[in-house]
Design a protein around this ligand. Structure first.
Ligand code: FRU
Length: 467
């Protein structure tokens, strides 16, 4: 519609109405990127979870589709993943028409109110029409709870064994650790190993894991394990940590005990990656929920709550012998650049609320202030090895006492260039193509109109973004 809704993003995914949290079931099939998500259509606060559904051909234009999975007698539909079962190993489709299979947690909310500990179980559903309609498997659940209250968020991927055969691997969050399971058919699962009880950040419950193969810059094979944690992030509240190591004989072994975060801002949670991407894309594609459990239920949007981050391509890079994960904006986002402004001063007006800013950094430090006519501002900077986004005076914040804060992250290596994506209620900062990332949501009373930068930022460019 032509009516602009306050805080509705222009190019980030949001549900038309209702509540959204985690991305779920990210799978690519026949030129479509599927995005399912934790969804409560009847309210703008968290409630009985469904899987909402959208598809895109370019990761920028999303078409909303009917709700894919509804709560049933086994419970709400919590987070999970989806795979293309190309060889019909599950028998849920045919060789000619293999199924998409969704693997998710059934959360029995009534049972959760009792003294029972077994109310979260893993179930599956399948689609034979490119994700348009789904049928739940008649013998759910496929993986029963062994007596642990937090037992959820299955992420399934397929691995090739040393002998050339293939196995499905389920990575599951279990309270304070990860369980790995394997299956030949997505229906029968056996426990392989456990990881993480005594390593990593443990300030909260472990959720939404993902296990990913990568090549290092030196060409070595490594595995990265993403684990979201709530609370206990590097800022207040929820965030996503990751481990780098090996996955061999069904076991994950970390290289070291270092704690690493995929994004140092407050607002990137429960992110996971797409399965079944065409091999020629040669990338690992990630999207996160752009909020934080600290205040997700009370942010000042009206018809809907929460957006996803921009899609990001993950890869490993090396800083002085330490491997880290970088998150670069997906290449498709460049399609949004409609007008380009080269700025030769230290101040400029912004053409709209949806812009991308790029600049080169001299001398490893910079600051950039976005402001509006009401005197509200957000300050992005690197000084003395610390990258910050300061949203203390960035508009509405009275909905939650911790929201108005300055968030900082150490960056011991040099910042050479920055890319910033602004939308109606967010900022995403990518330094050196995503070697350090901070994502922050913002609710300015009036859109950002002006940008002012330090002398240390060269070749400032502003792109007006349009779909
Ligand atoms: C993470 C999470 C998951 C759970 C889902 C429920 O944000 O708590 O662990 O499956 O949200 O909506």
């Amino acid at each position: 519609s032509s009516v602009t809704e306050e805080y509705r993003p222009n190019y980030h995914f949001t549900p038309e109405s209702g509540w959204m949290n985690d991305p779920n079931g990210l799978v690519y099939l026949d030129d479509e990127y599927h995005l399912f998500y934790q969804f409560y259509p009847d309210s703008t606060v968290w409630g009985p979870m469904h899987w909402g559904h959208a598809v895109s051909r370019d990761l920028v234009n999303w078409e909303s589709l009917p709700t894919a999975l509804y709560p049933d007698s086994l419970g709400y539909i919590f987070s999970g993943s989806a795979v293309f079962d190309a060889e019909n190993s599950s028998g849920l489709g045919t060789k000619e028409n293999p199924p998409l299979v969704a693997i998710f947690t059934h959360h029995n909310a009534e049972e959760a109110e009792t003294s029972s500990d077994t109310f979260q179980n893993q179930s599956i559903a399948f689609s034979l029409d490119k994700g348009r309609t789904w049928e739940k498997y008649s013998q759910n659940p496929v993986l029963k709870n062994p007596g642990i209250r937090d037992f959820r968020d299955p992420k399934v991927s397929q691995i090739t064994n040393p002998d050339g055969s293939k196995s499905w691997i389920m990575t599951l969050a279990v309270l304070d650790h990860i369980n790995f399971y394997s299956s030949p058919d997505l229906k029968n699962w056996s426990l392989l190993s456990e990881f993480g009880k005594t390593i990593g950040a443990h300030g909260g419950v472990w959720e939404c894991p993902d296990l990913l193969p990568f090549k290092t810059p030196a060409g070595e094979q490594k595995w990265v394990l993403l684990v979201s944690i709530n609370p206990g992030g590097p800022q207040n509240g929820s965030a996503t940590q990751y481990f780098i190591g090996d996955f061999k004989n069904g076991e994950f072994t970390p290289d070291d005990t270092m704690i690493r975060w995929i994004d140092y801002g407050p607002d990137n949670y429960a992110g996971v990656t797409w399965s079944n991407l065409p091999t020629e894309q040669n990338r690992t594609l990630f999207i996160g929920w752009m909020s934080n459990w600290l205040y997700a239920n009370v942010v000042p949007t009206k018809a809907w709550r929460s957006a996803m981050t921009v899609p990001r391509a993950l890869s490993l890079f090396d800083v002085d012998g330490t491997l880290l994960l970088k998150s670069a904006p997906a290449i498709e986002l460049e399609k949004l650049r409609s007008e380009e402004f080269e700025i030769n001063q230290t101040e400029a007006g912004l053409p709209s609320e949806a812009v991308e800013l790029t600049a080169e950094v001299k001398s490893d430090s910079f600051s950039m202030t976005l402001s509006n006519e009401l005197g509200e501002s957000v300050i992005i900077s690197k000084e003395n090895g610390l990258v910050s986004i300061d949203r203390r005076n960035a508009g509405k914040s009275d909905f939650q006492r911790d929201f108005a804060a300055m968030h900082s992250a150490p960056m011991s290596w040099e910042a050479k260039e920055i890319r910033i994506f602004l939308d109606a209620s967010s900022i995403e900062l990518f330094i050196n193509d995503g070697e350090l990332v901070m994502t922050s949501i913002l609710f300015p009373t009036s859109p950002w109109k002006n940008v002012a930068v330090s002398e240390s930022l060269n070749s400032l460019k502003i792109y007006n973004l349009k779909k």
